[in-house]
Design a protein around this ligand. Structure first.
Ligand SMILES: [Zn+2]
Length: 303
């Protein structure tokens, strides 16, 4: 079984970089913990990997952390029940028969006590004793869905802690024992971006740049610092340097001048990267970013 190779194409598709093939991990149980009924297969993962694990002797357990009440057209209660039923049907195609629903409120998982969700996942890891844990990559950038972010985070923490007998020792009264799963695989939409990399610059003219500088200087309580001139000149003097244009103005003007340099420099620096005098940089999403294939098609074909 270990000679089988695994192809995880998501990151390669997103970055264009070649990826090494991984071996199929040895084991008997895979625990998939996701927020939603369809996350076994949405966002480009992970149905194929699950199917392959099952074909190679694994037993699978799927944890649906939310109640999926907002996913569908049937009202909250009906959506919950229909989506759970369809999760079971979908997972049967992958060879997974067991679905556990934790029923946290769909899309409202930001304010939940994350330690409670984590404890549930720790308990389930101790109960099912997976060799492989699958879930969302908790460090996925630009993930807008709060359930994806928070379940991913709770899961990787649970994966890390479930083997520690000092963590929730009260579980052991229920007959479970500490268990450290060997493998964690996190999926993420890497085509949304790999980090805080801006993907667009917006050019500014002189007037817009000046307004930006005046706007920050208006926050006198925070940014006006008449003592800055003396401190800056003293620091420079310690290095045997001087700055005559700063020394020539009064303390209040010096404070404004330093703010001007600060705001002007960054706009020029970003502008230089974009081939204009001044610019600001952003990470831009448009409505088609969730569907890059469709976006590319529209760009090529829409008239
Ligand atoms: Zn989801």
């Amino acid at each position: 079984m270990c000679k089988w190779l695994l192809w995880m194409a998501v990151a390669a598709a997103a970055t264009g970089q070649p990826l090494p093939l991984g071996e199929l991990p040895r084991g008997k149980v895979v625990l998939i913990a996701q927020p939603h009924h369809d996350d076994h297969t949405t966002d480009y993962g992970m149905g194929g990997f699950i199917a392959r694990l099952i074909e190679n002797g694994y037993r699978g357990v799927y944890i649906r952390a939310s109640n999926d009440e907002k996913d569908g057209r049937n009202g909250y209660a009906q959506n919950d029940i229909i989506n759970l039923r369809e999760a079971r049907a979908g997972l049967r195609h992958l060879g997974v028969d067991e679905v556990v629903s934790l029923n946290w409120r769909n899309d409202f998982m930001n304010p939940i006590p994350l330690n409670e969700l984590r404890e549930q996942l720790i308990f389930l890891i101790r109960k099912y004793k997976p060799d492989v844990v699958l879930g969302h990559n908790p460090w996925e950038h630009y993930q807008k869905n709060p359930d994806h972010r928070n379940v991913g985070r709770a899961l990787v923490e649970a994966y890390w802690m479930a083997g520690d007998r000092n963590v929730h020792p009260e579980h052991f009264a229920l007959g479970v024992t500490p268990h450290a799963a060997r493998h964690f695989y996190g999926k993420g939409r890497l085509d949304w971006g790999l980090g805080q990399q801006s993907n667009v610059a917006i050019a500014l003219n002189e007037t817009q740049q000046r307004k930006k500088e005046l706007a920050i200087a208006a926050h006198r309580n925070v940014y006006h610092n008449p003592g800055a001139k003396k401190a800056y000149l003293a620091a420079l003097a310690g290095e045997g340097k001087a700055l005559p244009e700063l020394a020539a103005v009064d303390d209040n003007t010096a404070s404004d001048l330093i703010l001007h340099w600060w705001m002007n420099w960054i706009s020029r620096d970003i502008g230089r990267r974009a081939g204009v005098k001044y610019a600001e940089d952003y990470y831009h999403l448009d409505r088609w970013d969730d569907l890059p294939g469709l976006r590319n098609y529209l760009q090529r074909n829409a008239r």
